[in-house]
Design a protein around this ligand. Sequence first.
Ligand code: MN
Length: 265
Amino acid sequence: MRLLYLTDTHIQSAKPDNRRDDFLKAIANKLSEIAKLCSLLGVDFVIHGGDLFDCPNPDRRSLDLLREFLKQLARPVYCIAGNHDLVDQRLDSLDVTALGHLARQKCVRLLQPGEMIYLANSSCVLQLSGQHYYCGIDRQYNGEDYMVKKKRCDLAIHVVHGMLLPRAFSEKVPTTLISSVVGTEADFTLGAHAHLGYHEITAGKYFLNPGALARVTNLKKERVRTPQVLYLDFTSVSFSYRFIPLGAARPGTEVMAEKPGADVG
Ligand SMILES: [Mn+2]
């Protein structure tokens, strides 16, 4: 089994404050490259970590772009909701959002909290689960939304849209530290929401976030970061993974505004 993970695409037709290029075109180029990568690598399914769109009910051009991407992929896409996919960041709004609508139409499959999906080939049974963003996810003292138990599987993947980080970067931002959730039985915890990404291996567990596909924040590190995706291969008894930077992504100095605007989470 091979899978590709991407997150935080923030699809929008308007130009974000911190960009000076044609943002929708830039995203379209990256998504097109991802669809081609999936064919080249023989990817079986795709996971999106949330913030598909920049707002819960985007305009027609944004929706058309995502639908075109799904058509090009022609593979199952599992998704969780990010804060930008929800109305007022409320999880109970999911049904009335574009993402909720896409899930009802079976264009994407939502990984619902507490639900385990089992995918198997001849050498491996994979358990897949996810947790949508909700207001307060990073205020749970025990980090329970980031932890899962393995049941009747060889490997487990858990995808979460929350501020999971190796180190806190601001006292103002509620954060869940990786060190506090190493009790998870998931072999791979796939992170989102933290746009700069991370690559941590702790106690034999992999905490991987390729970073946002879209560069929309005004952080200095955003200007030097190359958007990338994560490729995971479970075709042999042992697994392998690698981050793949996207050639379609133009340098930050070319696409980011000179004078950054407001920061965006
Ligand atoms: Mn985001």
